[in-house]
Design a protein around this ligand. Sequence first.
Ligand SMILES: [Zn+2]
Length: 386
Amino acid sequence: HTHGLWEETGEPGGNLHRHRENMQIPHRKDPGRVPGNQTQALLCCECLDASRPWLCYWILHSLELLEEAVPAAVVSDVCQFLARCQSPTGGFAGGPGQHAHLAPTYAAVNALCILGTEEAYNVINREKLLDFLYSVKQPDGSFVMHVGGEVDVRSAYCAASVASLTNIITPTLFEGTHNWILSCQNWEGGLGGMPGLEAHGGYTFCGTAALVILGKEHMLDLKALLRWVTSRQMRFEGGFQGRCNKLVDGCYSFWQAGLLPLLHRALFKDGDVTLSLSSWMFEQQALQEYILLCCQNPAGGLLDKPGKSRDFYHTCYCLSGLSVAQHFGNQDLHHELVLGKEENRLAPTHPVYNICPEKVAQAIQHFHQLPIPAQKGATACAEDQS
Ligand SMILES: [Zn+2]
């Protein structure tokens, strides 16, 4: 599966192999005497071993979109599990005992904000989280995904998302970040993972949402971005492709269609008087048809395209895209377009954080009562500039 935007989390290889030895799990290429079904289950768990906070987020967000309540005992269990994924050096890892990484940090903070209980908020060590963000910040304004790891635009979004939700943005944390993100927008109009790379739906969403959080989205070439993203909705399928000349994929229902609310707001702030007051600038009905008719597994769960298997990642992002296609506007100006039965209606999602808007408001209200932690990284930054 090539879109794997969020796949390489945690400590590549290391912990996986240790676990394998401890638990006597046979190696992928040597399934040994384990019967077929059991091997499949092990391989499934193994490849997601460094994405466990993601599983929490994908499932919890799917449930909130479906307006299914989570029992209090499960809420508490998930809080305790995510607490075990929090690194002693700050941030969250792909699983207990692994190294902190920005992707599972984003997933864990989003999951805890969806749970929204006092216990959930108290899991997050904000002082250490800020230390972790400074430890992955680069002098040019970009972020690496983990200490010693790769730079790309996902990391800027993950950092901006968790820092804004938990109220730990210091004056220097995002110094230079918007200019680095802006340099990822290329001649196609979309953004690549790094400056000079091909425009890609996942990276374009991450870069644009990060700029919205930093209040700099007007510095993008918004019209070029609009043209690029609207050209990614496929005229036959109705779903979105991730890049030019690629096949449709259900998960881009969010990464691409989720850009339209961000662009609508940015163009509105820019004073564009020609904007619609009832629909986004994509074919909302065609996207709903693609998701409902082509991306559902009859036994439950959603998928990339017909013939592919269901998984929690595609379930989360197909549902998120369906929600964007059903709900135009915000609380003040809201217009619904629900294709098919009334039961198809999902809850709205916040287009920047991709959790329900009430949960965003509740988290911001909670964390903004707390002081912003002291700026330990300030000295290091000042030294960098000298
Ligand atoms: Zn996909």
